[in-house]
Design a protein around this ligand. Sequence first.
Ligand SMILES: *[C@@H]1O[C@H](CO)[C@@H](O)[C@H](O)[C@H]1NC(C)=O
Ligand SMILES: *[C@@H]1O[C@H](CO)[C@@H](O)[C@H](O)[C@H]1NC(C)=O
Ligand SMILES: *[C@@H]1O[C@H](CO)[C@@H](O)[C@H](O)[C@H]1NC(C)=O
Length: 369
Amino acid sequence: MRGACACAVVCALVALCAAGGPDEESLAAAERQLLALLGLPRRPSPRSRPPTPVPQAMRILYDMRGALPAAAANTVRSFYHTATDLDDRFPQEHRFRLYFNISGVPGDEVARGADVTFQRAVGVVGTQRLLLYDVVRPGRRGKSEPILRLLDSIPLRPGQGSVAADALSAARRWLKEPLHNHGLLVRVIDETVGNESIKFPHIRVRRRATDEHEEWSAIQPLLMLYTEDARARTARERGETSLTRNKRATQRKGHRPHHRRKEAREICQRRPLFVDFADVGWSDWIVAPQGYEAYYCQGDCPFPLADHLNGTNHAIVQTLVNSVNPAAVPKACCVPTQLSSISMLYMDEVNNVVLKNYQDMMVVGCGCR
Ligand SMILES: *[C@@H]1O[C@H](CO)[C@@H](O)[C@H](O)[C@H]1NC(C)=O
Ligand SMILES: *[C@@H]1O[C@H](CO)[C@@H](O)[C@H](O)[C@H]1NC(C)=O
Ligand SMILES: *[C@@H]1O[C@H](CO)[C@@H](O)[C@H](O)[C@H]1NC(C)=O
């Protein structure tokens, strides 16, 4: 077969695993190739120790295995408010400015969804309304009023654990004009009183002196940005290719490799290949999974090609010609005919948590092609 049977991701992974030995150069080449396939310019090296905790909302999305709430998105990034001197101008809880620095999002990513999640305060009474604005132009004290664009308006009811407000159009604007990201203005008004003199607790926007760091990081406002990268967009626009991409295999754990059979010629079939990210030295930036079953395809495609070998008409003809004249053409190749995606949770260069779905990472079926 030697090189005749092309494959992409799985080959790079096999190379990485096989390269466990001394050959540093090919290991580095394999790592570069794999990072390129994952759409990363270089291996992210998280700076902060210990690493930022993964927000609960990201964990939940990861556990859902690929079903992202925004159509067409294949990546989720989470952001917290970056504290600045401006925060002091908003001393109250019912009027606060949030600044999410999304300037690190790669230029090829298109926003498909964005929402800010707020946790409700303890002891809520009455009904209030949350208004979220994009600060298009900040006001200047005594000179001009700010230009605000209303993004979302959400009734707050007692008993809610959290509320989410839509910030997609602001996120789109910031990605287009990063210099004009002046943050979001959060207002909470009392629906019964009709003015802003709210004495009741409503949502948590600012850290209180009594909040422990961990406590606050679990309840502070969180921006979740759903994007589609260029690679996923191209794949989607190309539509379904000969490989069926949509079916997701459940990622089963503890799948033990079958014992190797001894026959000289094994028939084309899927074989186990567990890729352990710790072996590759990636466990410091990949948060989850720790590894996964990638599988690979190997084996003979003998004449006559049996139905279960998933051969194309062309493969059947090629196998036939090969049986008559082996010198004329090689046999058909044993390759993946159906692949599925996996989800990965990792830290990017600026220590933001990213959740990405990667297509074609796991072999579902093999065949002769
Ligand atoms: C936003 O983050 C980038 C790094 O991604 C940094 O260079 C920049 O200074 C940050 N901007 C602000 C206003 O914090
Ligand atoms: C807001 O409502 C309260 C209670 O009805 C009232 O006392 C207060 O003067 C109002 N404030 C403003 C700015 O209208
Ligand atoms: C052929 O494809 C089906 C569906 O993708 C798969 O279940 C089957 O195992 C494949 N055959 C081989 C030999 O892998």
